[in-house]
Design a protein around this ligand. Structure first.
Ligand SMILES: Nc1ncnc2c1ncn2[C@@H]1O[C@H](COP(=O)(O)OP(=O)(O)OP(=O)(O)O)[C@@H](O)[C@H]1O
Length: 238
């Protein structure tokens, strides 16, 4: 299977700490890859390197065969950061229209994105007046305008109720079936079960790069929470 993202011997320092120390992994095209691990493991740092906003000390990151951060990738990656990255003084529709203009697509794509995240009724509202969950969805709408072939989502379902979370995961699965490559970080284990592949990180290292079923089998349990705890504790004890 082709890789959408290739990370080779990646070294990143943040402040005085080496957060990633020679990380190597591959993210398959047209699949949902989950990025999991304890707080501080380096998930956001890896995501930032993939979208090209992280200074890297050594190693390489390529997306769709090009170095991460190259201008040619700008309209190929939809990125949702941990905090909503929308203009609070614009309406939802104005925000998505702006992203449509940047992506070079017309406003019908912006309207479609708003509908896909279930925000049609709030399209005319100022983003600053939305609830936290609505702001997250508005951010996601901006990221998916123009159907980029790669989606990079940093904890996109935080603060969402279970129904919305389910809908968004159905949406990610649909996107993957359409050939989109989805890299998504999460702390929620039932979300981990919906990924095709899981990258489990701890302290900047990759502890596992396997299917959810393989991870559970290796950890000797059917419960994903328990499987992760087992693997993380085994990793810590190494
Ligand atoms: N701006 C920064 N300056 C210095 N160190 C940082 C900075 N941002 C993050 N770090 C450190 O980098 C390490 C990895 O952080 P990162 O945000 O990548 O972890 P994470 O796995 O995404 O955590 P979480 O699940 O809590 O979001 C942490 O030890 C953190 O303290």
């Amino acid at each position: 299977m082709a890789d959408a993202i290739t990370v080779t011997e990646l070294v990143v320092r943040r402040g005085k700490a080496t957060v990633l120390d020679g990380l190597t992994c591959r993210i398959a095209a047209g699949r949902i890859t989950g990025l999991l691990g304890p707080s501080g493991a380096g998930k956001t740092t890896l995501i930032r390197a993939v979208v090209g906003v992280q200074v890297v000390r050594a190693g390489t990151v390529t997306v769709l065969g090009r170095p991460a951060g190259t201008p040619a990738l700008r309209d190929k990656i939809g990125y949702v950061s941990q905090s909503p990255s929308i203009y609070l003084d614009l309406t939802v529709a104005e925000n998505t229209n702006y992203f449509a203009a940047v992506a070079g697509v017309d406003r019908s794509a912006a309207r479609a994105a708003i509908e896909q995240v279930g925000l049609a009724e709030a399209a005319g509202q100022l983003a600053g007046n939305l609830s936290g969950g609505q702001q997250s969805r508005a951010s996601l709408a901006c990221a998916i305008v123009g159907d980029p072939p790669v989606l990079v989502l940093d904890e996109p379902t935080v603060g969402l109720d279970p129904v919305l979370r389910e809908e968004l995961w159905d949406f990610f699965a649909q996107r993957a079936r359409d050939g989109v490559s989805v890299l998504v970080s999460s702390h929620v284990m039932d979300e981990a079960n919906r990924c095709d592949t899981l990258l489990l990180m701890r302290a900047g290292e990759l502890l596992a790069d396997e299917t959810p079923a393989a991870i559970k089998q290796r950890a000797g349990t059917d419960d994903m929470d328990r499987a992760f705890l087992n693997l993380i504790r085994a990793g810590a004890a190494r």
